[in-house]
Design a protein around this ligand. Structure first.
Ligand code: TXA
Ligand code: MG
Length: 311
């Protein structure tokens, strides 16, 4: 069921959950200060209670309500990247309910770059929203994906297809250092050059695991098995779906997709391909591996999401 901005605001202010568009992926939103409403998000998604949520804001007054201090590095990053696909983890205020942060002393905040959702948040105040998929499924990048997972149970504010298609970069600034918990469209290099600081990456297998509870769970998985494709000319096993970021003029077929080095479009379409392959009953998805010589800001995030789908 599609709703208008005003209807979405009414639903949220009366304790309901609504799917909202963002530039990265669709979110499943509730009033961040309404504990009963936030519970509905965890129930609808089947999300483990120890996986904290991002709070989405539309202005800086709301940030002051959510976090107890805004370090200089955060100010620089906000100035440069908000509204946009960068989520910043900071020390929370007492006002932020424990259910939102899964009991952590920190809260993840971002200002999404989507006019409709910024207008909505001006009406509702801060909205807490994970991606609007059943836990473990690929994130939704179109309203149809939300309906596929939740049928007609969740009202959707339609903002068109998500332009980036991959979830935000998550950076933890709560302990003085700059620690990337999840790569996204905003890169290590750009964060390093804006702050003039060393940026480290939390290795999902490593010690920082506990800091980003979400990385513990399987994510971004289609039903089909996903593999790196390790030869340039695939034989064509029946039931396989192929994604190439280069061109291969000698290959054609309805199950082959070529991106001609347009990595941004591949990122935008990736989760849609995963869902389409499932619909059409493919049992394997092969993705062309990336070479070190290929340079584009979205490539590390693409590799991260594809690896998680393979895992
Ligand atoms: O682009 C996005 O970030 C999308 C759109 C809807 O904004 N949202 C999204 O939410 O991807 P979700 O819930 O699927 O992923 C949030 C990630 C999880 O890995 C979670 O563990 C982490 O952020 N996170 C949230 N709060 C945190 C905190 N206080 N400390 C560390 N990690 C946190
Ligand atoms: Mg998610």
């Amino acid at each position: 069921m599609n709703v208008s901005i005003e209807q979405a605001a009414d639903l949220i202010l009366t304790g309901n959950i609504v799917a909202i568009p963002t530039e990265t992926v669709y979110g499943l939103a509730a009033d961040a200060f309404n504990i009963q409403a936030v519970k509905k998000i965890f129930e609808a998604k089947g999300r483990p209670a120890d996986n904290p949520l991002i709070v989405h804001i539309s202005n800086m007054m709301q940030l002051k309500q959510l976090v107890s201090e805004i370090p200089d590095d955060a100010r620089l990053l906000i100035e440069k990247f908000w509204p946009g696909p960068l989520t910043i983890v900071l020390k929370k205020t007492a006002e932020v309910p424990d259910i939102v942060t899964a009991g952590l002393e920190t809260v993840a905040v971002r200002m999404p770059n989507h006019k409709i959702t910024l207008d909505l948040i001006e009406l509702t105040g801060p909205l807490t929203a994970p991606s609007a998929n059943i836990s473990g499924r690929p994130s939704p990048t179109k309203p149809e994906h939300v309906e596929e997972d939740f049928k007609s149970m969740i009202p959707v504010l339609d903002g068109g297809p998500s332009l980036i298609g991959i979830e935000s970069t998550v950076i933890d600034l709560s302990e003085g250092s700059l620690l990337i918990l999840r790569p996204g469209y905003v890169t290590f290099d750009s964060i390093g050059s804006v702050t003039g600081k060393v940026v480290t990456h939390a290795n999902p297998e490593g010690a920082s695991l506990l800091k980003s509870p979400g990385t513990r769970y399987t994510h971004y998985k289609p039903r089909a098995n996903v593999y790196w494709h390790n030869t340039s000319l695939p034989d064509q096993p029946a039931g396989s779906y192929f994604l190439f970021h280069t061109t291969q003029p000698e290959i054609t077929g309805k199950n082959f997709f070529f991106y001609n080095q347009d990595y941004a479009s591949l990122a935008r379409d990736l989760y849609d391909h995963f869902r389409t392959a499932d619909h059409l009953g493919y049992s394997q998805i092969f993705v062309e591996p990336f070479k070190n010589s290929e340079k584009h800001p979205i490539i590390p995030a693409l590799i991260d999401r594809i690896r998680r789908a393979i895992a």
